[in-house]
Structures are given as C-alpha cells and as structure tokens.
Write a protein that binds this ligand. Structure first.
Ligand SMILES: [Fe+2]
Length: 309
C-alpha cells in the first residue's frame, strides 16, 4: 500500500498559547487554525484538550490525539479501507479514512497534502572528492535559514510492540531495524526513509507519543536550528548527536506538547534489498556520538568553567 509517510500529528493540549509559540520558535509556519507547517506542508495541529472534534485521548499523559498519514492516491485509500474494515470500524468522509490501530492510536489516512520540495541539501567539500560547494560559496552565514522541511517520524510508547508492529505490517510497512525487546523501526512502502514510525515497549500507563521529528537540510541545520532554539530559552533534552540505526543526526528538546520534539537530518534510505538489523537497546547502540550544548566562547580569555585544562 502506497503510504508515503506522516502528513500531520494532531495534539489536544493544555496550553495552546505556549504550544503555538513553541512550534513557531521551532521553525514551523503558522498556517492558522492551530496548524503549524513545515516547508512541504506537513504539519503539527494543536487543539484544546477538551475539543470535542478530536478523537478521544489514550487516557494517559500523552496529548497526541491523531496520526495523519499521507498516501499516494485514492486507490491506496480503497486498499487500506478494504484491509482494515475486516476487523474494525472504519469511516470515510471528505476523502479521509479514520480508524484506530491495535494499541488504540487514532489514525487518519488521506491523499497526501505534502508539496514537492526543490531545495538544495547541505553541501560538503572534502579532499579527494569533487567540490560540492564551489569557490566563494559559503557553507555558513549568521542569517542562514534552518527551517524544518518535512515531518519525518513519530515514536509511540506501546504496551505490546509485537502486536502493534503486526498491525502496521498489514498496511505494507516493513521493519528496517529493531532494538531487541523494545520495538521496531518501520518504513511504509511509499518512502525509502529508514523509519516514519518507531515503537518502544513500555507499561500500559505510558501509552502515547514519545517524540516527533522534522527533517532538516543537513547536520549544520540541525546544529543551527537547535542552537537558536536553546538561545530562545528552550531546554535541550538529548543531543546533538548521531543515531546508529538510521544514521540520522538528532537533537531533542522538551516541549509543552507532552512529548519530546526533535530536529533530524540525513537519515538512511532503504529498499527491498535491505535486511533488518537487531541490536540490544543501550547508550552505545542509540548513538555513535553525543555532544552537549555549551554557551558560545572565544579563545581570548580563561576557558569556560568545567573545561579540561
Ligand atoms: Fe527520532
């Protein structure tokens, strides 16, 4: 089934004002009516927790209320409807198919609203390779844009990762890698991205969203956007660093949306020839390297407090 990836994530939040400021400062464009868009039109949508138009919440601390997948065409919607209507209620109104997965996450499927992007990726010059950036083309400038390009992935806490995975396999997702006893990285058929969904097995009271992520134009944009986010007063949670599985650069932040929010870049692509790896979960397998943000400094005086001497 030609599911491309996430079109939107819909949250029912306690503090709409704080979430609106957060998402705008993160770099998403305020498209009105609680919708905050990346450059390709994929989005985070925020509503009041009590908004009766939202699907019911999971009954945990999670504020995620709906995961919206973009698909290639109406025939894919037909195929999803035929598959899922066999064992659960499915509605289809205004071109949107709605149901719940086997963990109770509310899902919507629609012909994708994402817009094609034509933007250059970050470029690198390296001895031994043809220059990617010619003479006088600068790699970095203080006013360089670093805006989220596309909604990349969502991570769920689930009480039964094997059962949760089986549901998505029915929709044509494939496992690209997994952490033993934790959960799978899943890629739908309409993208080569390493994952659009990752699941972590947890006790039932934690059911919900752990984080979501937008793709940036490269590692420099992750560092630049993350630095600007810290300078605006937001709290770094994990990163910057680079994951082992997926090879994506990452930087996670705390948020008022009841989950962490990540910037990522340069994720691996896979096709049907790939064989999934399985690793034990741990610090060494979660990242190849990890840095911690520090306030800026220049070598004109004593080293900053805590620096090695
Ligand atoms: Fe992530």
């Amino acid at each position: 089934m030609n599911i491309i990836g996430l079109d939107a994530l819909v949250f029912g939040v306690d503090d709409i004002d704080a979430c609106s400021h957060y998402l705008a400062d993160y770099g998403l464009a305020n498209a009105g009516d609680g919708r905050f868009e990346a450059l390709d039109g994929t989005a985070i949508v925020i509503r009041a927790r009590a908004d009766r138009s939202l699907p019911p919440g999971p009954g945990t601390a999670s504020m995620l209320r709906e995961t919206v997948y973009g698909v290639a065409d109406a025939a894919t919607l037909d195929a999803i409807e035929a598959e899922l209507a066999r064992d659960r209620p499915v509605t289809r109104r205004g071109g949107v198919l709605r149901c719940a997965d086997d963990m109770g996450f509310a899902l919507a499927f629609q012909v994708s609203v994402r817009r094609p992007l034509a933007l250059p990726a970050e470029t690198v010059n390296a001895p031994g390779a043809a220059p990617q950036r010619g003479p006088n083309a600068l790699g970095l400038s203080p006013d360089m844009a670093a805006l989220p390009r596309s909604l990349s992935h969502v991570v769920y806490f689930v009480p039964d990762a094997a059962r949760a995975e089986a549901f998505y396999i029915r929709l044509g997702f494939v496992c690209t890698d997994r952490f033993s006893g934790v959960g799978p990285f899943l890629r739908p058929a309409g993208t080569q991205d390493h994952h659009t969904l990752f699941m972590i097995q947890t006790p039932p009271h934690m059911l919900g969203c752990e984080h979501f992520t937008f793709h940036m134009g490269g590692p420099t944009e992750v560092m630049l956007a993350g630095t600007r986010f810290v300078e605006k007063g937001y709290q770094s949670f994990w990163g910057p660093g680079r994951h082992q599985l997926g090879s994506n650069w990452f930087w996670y932040f705390n948020s008022p949306l009841g989950c962490h929010v990540e910037y990522d870049a340069d994720m691996d692509l896979h096709d049907g020839a790939w064989r999934a790896r399985e690793l034990p979960m741990g610090a060494d397998s979660s990242q190849l390297f990890l840095f911690q943000y520090r306030a800026k400094w220049a070598p004109s005086g004593p080293p900053p407090a805590g620096a090695p001497r």
